[in-house]
Design a protein around this ligand. Structure first.
Ligand SMILES: Cc1cc2nc3c(=O)[nH]c(=O)nc-3n(C[C@H](O)[C@H](O)[C@H](O)COP(=O)(O)O)c2cc1C
Length: 176
């Protein structure tokens, strides 16, 4: 519960081993039929990170401090029918969350980054990075070491009662 989106990072480089460790921890993420469609593309170091972030539209003001970027994607070849059309987003999203908690548990800071882009921008990133066209990009996370002192945005949350409903009506058994 101590995680915050981090938008300030120390200058210290992140060891790739730490990033591998985070992916290893996140591999415990459940997935449909345990197919593990999810994947993290690791861009390590400031130069690589800056280049990848030049395609992303929500890192203005802090992108230049980011040491590493992890682009989470889902391999669509894991799925076989139209009824599975949402699974890449679900499994990929679950993995992305696990990855952020894993990075946090290893003492790193991270900030989820949206991939709400045009098809042209999506293709441009794939062309530039070699991410396969059989993958859907789910989101990115920026990552880096924490500074000794930093500030975070404390984002207010809705109370739990507003986020759930106890369903009391009698539910009919399925006839489908
Ligand atoms: C899928 C996703 C995309 C996000 N994209 C961005 C982004 O592009 N830039 C940014 O600064 N924050 C981004 N955020 C971070 C949210 O603003 C943040 O999670 C929210 O305000 C709650 O704050 P917290 O993460 O500190 O609890 C994103 C979060 C999610 C889950």
């Amino acid at each position: 519960m101590g995680r915050f989106s981090m938008r300030q990072f120390a200058k210290k480089a992140v060891d790739k081993e730490l990033l591998f460790k985070a992916v290893e921890l996140a591999s415990k993420t459940p997935s449909v039929c345990n197919r593990q469609c999810y994947h993290a593309h690791i861009f390590s170091g400031k130069e690589q990170s800056k280049a990848v972030l030049s395609y992303q539209l929500g890192n203005r003001g802090f992108g230049d401090q980011v040491d590493s970027v992890l682009v989470v994607s889902a391999d669509l070849s894991c799925f076989f029918s139209a009824s599975e059309r949402n699974k890449a987003w679900i499994d990929g999203g679950l993995f992305a969350m696990s990855l952020m908690y894993s990075l946090h548990s290893l003492g790193l800071g991270c900030c989820p980054l949206n991939w709400s882009v045009s098809p042209e921008r999506d293709q441009a990133l794939k062309n530039a990075t070699g991410i396969s066209n059989s993958h859907s990009i789910i989101m990115m996370t920026a990552c880096g070491h924490l500074k000794d002192e930093f500030t975070v945005a404390k984002s207010k949350r809705k109370p739990g009662g507003e986020l759930c409903t106890i369903v009391n009506n009698k539910v009919a058994f399925s006839k489908i």
